[in-house]
Design a protein around this ligand. Sequence first.
Ligand SMILES: [Zn+2]
Length: 254
Amino acid sequence: MKPRQGQRPGQRPGQRPGQRRGQRQGQLKKEEAQKARLAEALASWVPKTEFGKKVKSGEIKTIDQILDKGGKILEAEIVDTLLPELEYELITIGQSKGKFGGGKRSIWKQTQKKTKEGNKPKFATVAVIGNRKGYVGIGYGKAKETVPAREKAIRQAKLNIIKVKYGCGSWDCACGEQHSIPMEVSGKCSSVIVKLIPAPKGTGLVVHKELKKILDLAGIKDIYSRTFGKTNTQLNLVKACIESLKQLSKVKTK
Ligand SMILES: [Zn+2]
């Protein structure tokens, strides 16, 4: 098989570009350090909201206790405490500028403000977080530099976390297991409509590339999707996808 463009030979699918096999060891240490840092940050966390205080004191033990009531999460630490195994992905919402047409998709959306001192660039990005076990969220972050923009987006995504309802709504399958979604749903953002359709077991995620990141982190195994409207606006596309996932928990199933 010919390797896809932008993918080095020997790079496994799902591996981020630039991450070679040899780097895995270092990556692991980095992850451990990150975990330790997170634990430290959580230990010194002083909650400001009511939910935050209850989470810190151990009165609230699961995130469902907040989400089922329709409570609003205002502190990212709540999510860090209750869902410690979150992973994140960045959505390609921008495109690079330059010669030869530019237009290569990038996770950074760059904007510039013209001032007396010169052009001041700003970076925006969209993060998806999820634990592959039914919780997923997206967030938008914008800052003068890329790293703070990413941090902001991840933090925002934690605050926007939702619970995804699994099921097996496919007529061709009807196994009753929790590998897909219980029924067809659709969500809208601006002109973009995303329709999510239950798929039989073994189908995989037959969806748009960026939506795959969301549904994968949500922990859905098999699904079809149809999209309508200006789907090149990826920010609206991912928002519409989250909207349709929200519909799942609104409708009561037997
Ligand atoms: Zn099934």
